[in-house]
Design a protein. Structure first.
Length: 190
């Protein structure tokens, strides 16, 4: 089934590591993920609304560049992450690097298939998706609060809501479309 592209529409994307292996399990691997995400956002001009990097999967809420399909954006982003993290795993001698080598010698970093991809059409649906994204590390028991997990946009959202200076280590995000007054209720969503 082909995903219908909605120009200017928000997409909620989830993709997982091969066999749900924790290829993003180390802080260094997640730092490489964040670096790749930041650079891809700048290079490919998509709008990033929220994100989280978990040990074996990721969630992204984004808007593809005007008039562009999402597939090339995801392909470029996933390739950049794969190359950097795989190089790190091999260099550090992590046994996970050998677990993703197939019988033909090729590697498969990302789980086959497109992952989860949904058009977000309603403001309430967007609110829930961002909250779900930021609370994913808490639900998994990795941290006590979303702000404690530095590999997500929760800290960016928190600073933005309070007009605080952004941490240069955080991946910049874009303010969601719609009426800015609707975002006043974001207290507690991070």
């Amino acid at each position: 089934m082909t995903r219908r592209e909605v120009p200017g529409g928000v997409r909620f994307i989830t993709f997982s590591c091969e066999r749900r292996l924790p290829l993003l399990g180390s802080p260094d691997a997640r730092d490489l993920f964040a670096r790749s995400l930041r650079e891809a956002r700048d290079r490919l001009s998509f709008k990033l609304l929220a994100w989280v990097a978990m040990p074996e999967h990721t969630h992204l809420l984004l808007i593809p560049p005007d008039g562009s399909p999402l597939a090339p954006v995801l392909k470029s982003l996933k390739l950049s992450i794969q190359q950097r993290v795989l190089r790190f795993l091999r260099h550090s001698g992590d046994p996970l690097a050998s677990e993703i080598v197939r019988a033909d010698g090729a590697t498969r970093f990302w789980q086959k298939g497109g992952g989860f991809d949904r058009n977000v059409r309603e403001q309430t649906e967007l609110n829930k998706a961002i909250r779900y994204t930021h609370h994913n590390p808490v639900a998994r028991g990795l941290v006590a609060a979303p702000l404690d997990w530095r590999w997500s946009s929760a800290r960016w959202w928190f600073a933005r809501q309070r007009s605080h200076e952004q941490d240069p280590a955080d991946v910049p995000c874009d303010w969601p479309p719609g009426d800015p007054r609707a975002w006043a209720m974001w207290e507690g969503y991070v």
